[in-house]
Ligand binder design. Sequence first.
Ligand SMILES: C[S@@+](CC[C@H](N)C(=O)[O-])C[C@H]1O[C@@H](n2cnc3c(N)ncnc32)[C@H](O)[C@@H]1O
Length: 206
Amino acid sequence: MGRHSAVWIDLGTGDGRAVLAAAAADARRLVIGVDANAAGMIEASRKATRGKLANALFVAAAAERLPTELDGVADAVTVYFPWGSLLRGLVTADPVVIAGLARLLKPGAALSILVSVTEHDRGSGLPPIGEHDLRGLAEPYAAQGLTITEVAPATAAEIAATGSSWAKRLGAGSQRGAWRIAARRSDAPRVPELAAERPRLTATGR
Ligand SMILES: C[S@@+](CC[C@H](N)C(=O)[O-])C[C@H]1O[C@@H](n2cnc3c(N)ncnc32)[C@H](O)[C@@H]1O
């Protein structure tokens, strides 16, 4: 990591396309895609190897059990259009998920989340999410060391800039709205660290 000017982690990266695009755009930056589903990242990982993108890395890990090697390394963390337990963890401010996110960031570093949960997503078990719900996250996020600096509708340009495959599938920004949450790591997470129970990396996806 020391060889790179900045480290960007994309959590819940899915097919890893956003990671490849970001790594190709700036060779000085290390871009790490993290997802609980290793299979989804295989193709991107192969492409990174074939394309000699030494600054793209893929890590199979759940947001609830992030490897300690990633603690405090990130200048920026993004979470684009999550689903499943990652989405639930973010919008219900699950302390394990939020503390894990906070731990990835260097002090003062930025977190950017884009979410879209509408009436169409009732099957997810979550109600539609709006501004009021997201503003209500300020306190529980702060309790884990994350200061929310902005909650705003995501513009079509912001969504396109993410390179998110899932946003395209959803029609986010055109057929449905999406929200952007910006936050910064303020101080050390206040939840007691259970380092002994957290996994260490044994292999990378590349
Ligand atoms: C809808 S996809 C979005 C992928 C990508 N960010 C995009 O915008 O195209 C959501 C991803 O979140 C991942 N995910 C869900 N729960 C997770 C968790 N607890 N930890 C890590 N990844 C998770 C899924 O495996 C899936 O790849």
